[in-house]
Every structure is written in C-alpha cells, then in structure tokens.
Write a protein that binds this ligand. Structure first.
Ligand code: NDP
Length: 474
C-alpha cells in the first residue's frame, strides 16, 4: 500500500500523464488491460519510458488496488463510452468506501452523472475530469477541468494542480469546476469552442486565398502578425506555422491536403446538447455543419461545374487584412460568449455551482483554445460573477460595437464573392439578433395561432395572459 495515485490505461494520454505525475514527485501505480498471451503494455512501459522511476507496474487489477494508499485515488484514461463502464465493473469487487475514481477521458457528461450516482451507492466518490492539450499537454502540463462528488477536491487537488499547465499569472490551469457532470460538460463546450475557432480561422484563410490570391507563406506571415496582437492564441500560432511547411516538391503542404474535415464527435455533442437544453449555439453548430459539408466532395465537385462563376468583389488588400483581423476578434469573443452562456444555462438547471472565472483561468494554458482574450474574460467574471452573458460586460459590448463595421464589411465581401463564411456570418447574425430590441417573432406567434390556436401574449397586456384570434373570420 504505497503508491499515492493509480493510473489505469496506458494509451497515449495515460502514459504521458503517468510520466508527468511521476516527474512531479508522486508515486504512481499503473495498469492496462492485457491481451491473452501477449507481453503486457505495463511491462513494456516499466522497462522503457518508466525505467528507474517511481512507478509500480501492476499485473492484475487486484495487485493494482493492493498497491494503492487508501482511500485510493485512481485516474482512468481509457477510450470513452463502454470501455469506462467495463473498467468500472471490473473495479467493483475491489473498491472500498471513500475511494475516488477520476475519469480523465472524453466521457459524455450524462454518462459521468450516471456513473457518479451508481458509485455513490457503495460510498465511492466520482470525478469527471476534462483533460485538454493532447499528448504534449499531458506530458508537460495539460489544462484540467475536474468536477464531481462535492468535497472530493481537497484530496486530489495536490496531484492535479501540480501537473497542470500555468495560466498567465502563473497559477495552475486546474480548478474545481463544479459538481456532478460539470467537468466533462465544460470540456465538451471547450471542444465546441475549439471547432468554432478552427472554422473561423479557416474562413479567414479562404478569403485571403480566394479574394487576394495570396501564397501560403504570405498567409502564414499574416497569421504570425495577428498572433503578436489581440488574436494571440495557440490556434493562430499553429496556423501560421502550418503555412510555412513545404512538401517534398517545395510546394506548400497545406494545399495538398484533401479539403474534407474529420471529427471525433465532441463538437457534435455540444451542438446536440445545445438543442436538448434550448440554448442557441449558432457558431459552434455551424462549425460542426461546415465539417459535414466538407465531406460532400462529389456533390460539391458536380454542382460547382453547373454554376456560373462569380466575379470577385474588389478588395483593398491592406484594408481587407485589417478587417479580417477585427472580424476574427469579434467572432472569437462571440464564440467564448456563446460557450459560457451554454455552460451557465445548463449549470443553472443542474445546480452545478460553476465558477466561471475559474474556467476562464483553466483555459489560459495547456489547452487548444488558450488565448490572450481569456485573461480579459477571467477579469470580467471576477468583476461580475453573475454576468448573464459575456456580451453584456461593458468592455466587451463596447468592443463589439467598434468591431462591427469591419465584421459587416468582411461578411458582405464574402457573400458578394461567393465565399462561404458560415461561422463568421452566424456570429454576425447572433450579434444582430441580440442587439435587436424587437424581433419578428410576433408574426411567428400569429401564424402559430392561425393554424394551431397556440395563442399569443400581447405587448399591451401583462406577461402570462394568453389570447387567441379567429384569424379567418376577422
Ligand atoms: P489511446 O487509444 O491511445 O488509448 C486508449 C486506452 O484505452 C488504451 O489504454 C486501451 O487499452 C484502453 N481501452 C480501450 N478499450 C478498453 C476496454 N474495453 N477496457 C479497458 N481498457 C480499454 O487513447 P488516448 O490515450 O488518446 O485517449 C484516452 C482518453 O483520453 C479518451 O477518452 C480520449 O478521448 C481522451 N483524450 C484524448 C486526447 C488526445 O489528444 N489523444 C486529449 C484529451 C482527452 P489497450 O491498449 O489494451 O487497447
């Protein structure tokens, strides 16, 4: 009974997190399922990456459990879905009251809520922890989003704060997010924002390439200069680097990649959950849809041949580049705003007691959506913890107001030039919708009442009074 923490699942993430924990002074027991008759992954790990380090390589679940200090802290890093249930069912005969299981995979938050309830029956505490940053993050400092059984945090805090990335002020990118499924929910929304930001950057690239006919290296330099200013972020940084890489023949590698985007599903989950919870998520949904559309290669090829070419709208190079930078900033702000709004809407329903400024801090380092803007967002939530929507924060609403002219000109330019900008235009519609004191939904209510007697409320009567009109016989 000597290891401080156990790690089940020595895949890419598991191995790197195990090494990170050990680097930071913790004794770690590791285990991985084993195929019959094969040399185990555990042995391989202990004899190679883990050689001479403070690991205990368990050869069975029994010895894994016996090697851990009680109450046990076990981090599971396996494929999300059924494998997690499979692992938990194998744990059942060894678990004891007070043990803490932490699922660090990309589990669906509803699965996490179910598992937490099931384990509660036997007195076992459960944490769903979002992990971001990929292989490198796991090894040298991930962004960690733990949430689950209340009261668990102080016991696991020392491990995860120590191995996490650092925020702008040097504090760990790991804080208790909230109760229940909050950690995995926040990670899911993180991935949704990631989809939106990637799509927005791709739309900017499309305009630079199609409207201005710029070469890859020049586009890379533009992204590089954007990264030095307010758009500073990991995704803009890697984008600038991508444009500098050439293929064997010296041509830009990015131009040789098939324009057909894949996805593992967490962005789609975010969009589905938004609908399930009656939350509008236009930008993230459009980013998911854009990936679906990118897969319709044959239809795009066939249909493009049937349509007359569009005359490119004229563009002043410097002006368009400047406007694009401002558009990306406005859209990025809108993406975080819709993500945080989704988190707060669902958190209110489940009473997760989410700490929003903590989330803005966690996302400042180690994760894919880390960006300079998150520092401002953290400060906004520190000043106004009950802020209903980020766009209502004075500094952000002023910024959006100032950026809107550039934003409109970019979206207008793309529309006239026939360049699809689903995400940029979805966020502009979001902006215009939320800045409209009145919307045409009154007509929708009249139509609903006309064909279905669904009734309506009136502007000249108190809310909650419903009226019906016999529209045909007026
Ligand atoms: P890998 O594919 O590298 O490893 C998967 C691990 O799951 C292996 O140890 C595998 O064991 C184990 N496993 C699969 N099925 C079962 C099962 N039925 N029972 C027991 N163990 C099983 O995945 P990653 O390390 O990349 O990812 C692990 C988790 O972390 C996933 O949920 C992933 O979504 C999440 N994640 C991944 C990130 C990344 O960048 N890769 C980033 C953030 C989160 P075996 O070797 O025996 O097959």
């Amino acid at each position: 009974n000597s290891s401080q923490i156990g790690l089940y699942g020595l895949g890419v993430m598991g191995q790197n997190l195990a090494l990170n924990l050990e680097d930071n002074g913790f004794s770690v027991s590791v285990f991985n399922r084993k195929a019959p008759g094969e040399e185990t992954i555990v042995q391989e790990f202990i004899e190679n990456e883990g050689k001479g380090k403070n690991f205990y390589g368990a050869e069975s679940i029994k010895s894994f459990f016996e090697s851990l200090k009680t109450p046990r802290k076990i981090l599971i890093m396996v494929k999300a879905g059924k494998p997690v249930d499979h692992v938990l069912s194998n744990f059942l005969s060894y678990l004891e009251r007070g043990d803490i299981i932490i699922d660090g995979g990309n589990s669906h938050y509803k699965d996490t809520m179910r598992r937490k309830e099931e384990l509660k029956k036997i007195g076992v505490r459960y944490v769903g922890m979002g992990v971001s940053g990929g292989e490198q993050g796991a090894r040298f400092g991930p962004s960690l989003m733990p949430g689950g059984t209340p009261g668990t945090w102080p016991e696991i805090q020392p491990f995860f704060e120590k191995i996490a990335a650092k925020a702008f002020d040097g504090s760990p990118c790991c804080k208790w997010v909230g109760e229940d499924g909050a950690g995995h929910f926040v990670k899911m929304v993180h991935n949704g924002i990631e989809y939106a930001d990637m799509q927005l950057i791709s739309e900017a690239y499309h305009i630079l390439k199609e409207s201005l006919g710029l070469e890859a290296v020049e586009i890379g330099k533009i992204f590089e200069s954007w990264n030095d200013r307010s758009l500073n972020s990991y995704l803009i940084e890697i984008t600038s680097k991508i444009f500098m890489v050439s293929d064997d023949d010296g041509l830009p590698l990015v131009e040789k990649i098939l324009d057909c985007a894949a996805q593992k599903g967490t962005g789609r989950w975010t969009a589905i959950e938004a609908f399930e919870n009656n939350v509008a998520l236009p930008g993230i949904s459009q980013a998911v849809i854009a990936r679906f559309f990118s897969n319709l290669i044959e239809i795009r090829d066939e249909f493009s041949k049937t349509q007359r070419p569009i005359l490119k709208a004229s563009a002043n190079k410097e002006k368009l580049i400047g406007n694009l930078e401002k558009t990306l900033l406005a859209c990025r702000l809108a993406a975080y705003a819709e993500g945080f709004f989704m988190i707060s809407s669902v958190s209110d329903e489940f009473e997760w007691n989410i700490n929003y400024s903590a989330i803005a801090k966690i996302w400042q380092g180690g994760c894919i959506i880390r960006s300079a803007l998150l520092k401002e967002i953290e400060q906004a939530f520190q000043k106004e913890p009950d802020l209903k929507h980020l766009i209502l924060f004075d500094e952000f609403s002023e910024q959006l107001s100032d950026l809107q002219a550039s934003w409109r000109s970019v979206v207008g330019h793309a529309v006239y030039s026939g360049i699809p900008v689903p995400c940029m235009s979805a966020y502009l519609s979001l902006y215009d919708t939320l800045r409209s004191k009145s919307l045409p939904a009154n007509l929708i209510q009249a139509q609903r009442d006309f064909f279905g007697a669904h009734t309506y409320e009136r502007i000249d009567k108190p809310r909650g009074q419903f009226f019906h009109t016999d529209w045909e016989n007026q």
